[in-house]
Design a binder for this molecule. Structure first.
Ligand code: AMP
Ligand code: MG
Length: 483
């Protein structure tokens, strides 16, 4: 599989990465390949055998150099200058069909100078979980990395959070970039403003081309550089605000929002102890080692904002802080607008004629699901399935309580929500505008019939663990990946 890789980060020079070698595994056995992504990368999947995938993304043949990226980060509030790719590397960078540069990065591919005593490996279950998270989030409209391949590698691993020994795997993900907030933080730690300037010029040129075009910054022109980088920071603030809104609407808890897991392209990536909500609960915490609930579901928007504020520390080597603070002020309204847009879309409604009614519908929805002990994803799936089978009701009273195996919702709360929702389905018929996409179709497109909550993931993992049966996870993935 000869892909047209481009030396992009490599061209920045060796102070940002270390050349590493991939581990040699006892065996390689393909467990997941993402043909839709191969197509996105301009590769016809029919011409690629499973063995080709194993050779390329399990044995990493013919691909040099493999680069472990250097970075630091705030982990649970404490600065850690000993990070960096400890079990992965940048395998290559290439253009997708739309011309955008994409990273292929590995996870579980062996130790590096940054492994800090770790084994450099990924458990098979951890890999299956990342496949599930990335594909579900992508389907739900979250700006996320995707998984290209998962290959079982035949090692036995010991982990505190899985029955051990446990099976091992190596994964390759496609992400916009593996450059993180922590990549900048490291350059502040090293007091290297020139290194930061070089890095950020690169980031803007590759991942913010509109800003590079609107704010050209010739070498040596400090003021022009300042304008460009301020515009970049402002755009990053907006991308991260929208990402947080997308997670919240998806009912997703990332789990480890350390600054080394925050992408400079504003994309969601690196799925470890994540969880999809069962019941809607702001205090729900995903990582067992997050004892104070720092990264709980409800704190994610504030934590992302905090991380953007922390990023001002390295950026202040090149930019005036008050101007960055001004940009950060846009975070709240960007978040709120996008959250409303995403949530209303999950309710089957796309166009946006009346923001205030949408806002009221969002409040009514949150009141209902906070008081009604049903699954967060089940609520949307239930609505989608009721409307798909019976069509839009003629009047609000025509919508039945669509989840009837559990407790009933409080009457007043239910009626309040149902009326607000029904009127919004009617109000979308705005004269003189494009006809609204049909509510049943929007509901189908933006919801999952089965949300990968912990219990669902366990039920998909158990057959693999007990009998090497990959059918359940395969059919769940097929249902999600069918757009
Ligand atoms: P994470 O919390 O997964 O983002 O990882 C934080 C840091 O720990 C990163 O530098 C990882 O590369 C590193 N790391 C995590 N697991 C391992 C492992 N098994 N071996 C080596 N490094 C690891
Ligand atoms: Mg990470």
């Amino acid at each position: 599989m000869a892909l047209p890789f481009e030396p992009s980060i490599e061209g920045l020079g060796g102070s940002y990465w270390d050349v590493v070698e991939a581990a040699v595994f006892p065996r390689t056995q393909l467990r997941f390949r993402n043909d839709a992504l191969l197509r996105q990368l301009g590769v016809e999947p029919d011409g690629v055998s499973d063995q080709d995938v194993e050779m390329a993304y399990g044995r990493f043949e013919e691909r040099v150099p493999l680069l472990a990226l250097r970075y630091h980060g705030y982990q649970f509030g404490t600065y850690n200058p000993q990070l960096g790719d400890g079990r992965g590397f940048l395998y290559g960078q290439l253009r997708d069909r739309t011309g955008r540069l994409q990273d292929l990065g590995s996870k579980g591919s062996g130790t590096t100078p940054w492994s800090r005593g770790g084994d450099g490996r990924l458990t098979l279950k951890g890999g299956v979980r990342e496949v599930i998270a990335s594909e579900a989030l992508h389907r739900l409209g979250v700006t996320t990395s995707r998984t290209l391949s998962l290959i079982e590698t035949g090692d036995e691993l010991w982990r505190g959070d899985e029955p051990s020994p446990t099976r091992s795997a190596v994964m390759v993900r496609m992400a916009r970039t593996h450059l993180r907030f922590g990549t900048c933080e490291r350059l502040l730690y090293l007091r290297d403003p020139e290194g930061l300037e070089r890095l950020l010029r690169h980031v803007v040129a590759v991942y913010y081309p509109d800003i590079a075009a609107a704010h050209p910054a010739p070498d040596g022109d400090r003021l022009a550089l300042e304008h460009q980088l301020l515009a970049f920071y402002g755009e990053l603030v907006e991308r991260v605000a929208r990402l947080a809104a997308e997670w919240m609407s998806a009912g997703f808890v990332h789990g480890v929002l350390n600054t080394d897991n925050m992408s400079l392209a504003g994309e969601s990536f690196d799925y470890g102890p994540f969880a999809f909500l069962d019941r809607w609960d702001p205090s729900f915490t995903a990582a067992y080692f997050d004892q104070t609930g720092l990264y709980s579901y409800g704190r994610q928007p504030a934590i992302c904002r905090k991380n953007l504020q922390l990023l001002q520390n390295p950026l202040a080597m090149l930019l005036p802080r008050p101007r960055m603070e001004e940009s950060l002020e846009r975070y709240a309204s960007t978040y709120q607008n996008h959250y409303r847009f995403c949530l209303v879309r999950r309710l089957g409604l796309t166009t946006n004629p009346d923001l205030e009614s949408d806002e009221r519908l969002v409040s009514a929805t949150l009141e209902l699901i906070a008081s009604w002990p049903v699954g967060y994803g089940d609520f949307f799936a239930g609505l989608a399935s009721a409307i798909q089978s019976a069509g839009l009701p003629q009047e609000p009273e025509g919508l039945p309580v669509f989840l009837n195996d559990g407790p009933a919702p409080a009457r007043e709360m239910w009626q309040n929500w149902r009326n607000a929702w029904w009127w919004q389905t009617q109000a979308r018929e705005v004269p003189g505008t494009e006809p609204d996409a049909s509510v049943p179709e929007v509901l189908r497109r933006w919801n999952l019939s089965q949300t990968p909550t912990r219990s669902l993931i366990e039920s998909l993992w158990e057959p693999i663990d007990q009998g090497d049966d990959w059918l359940p996870v395969g059919s769940w993935l097929a249902s999600v990946m069918k757009a």
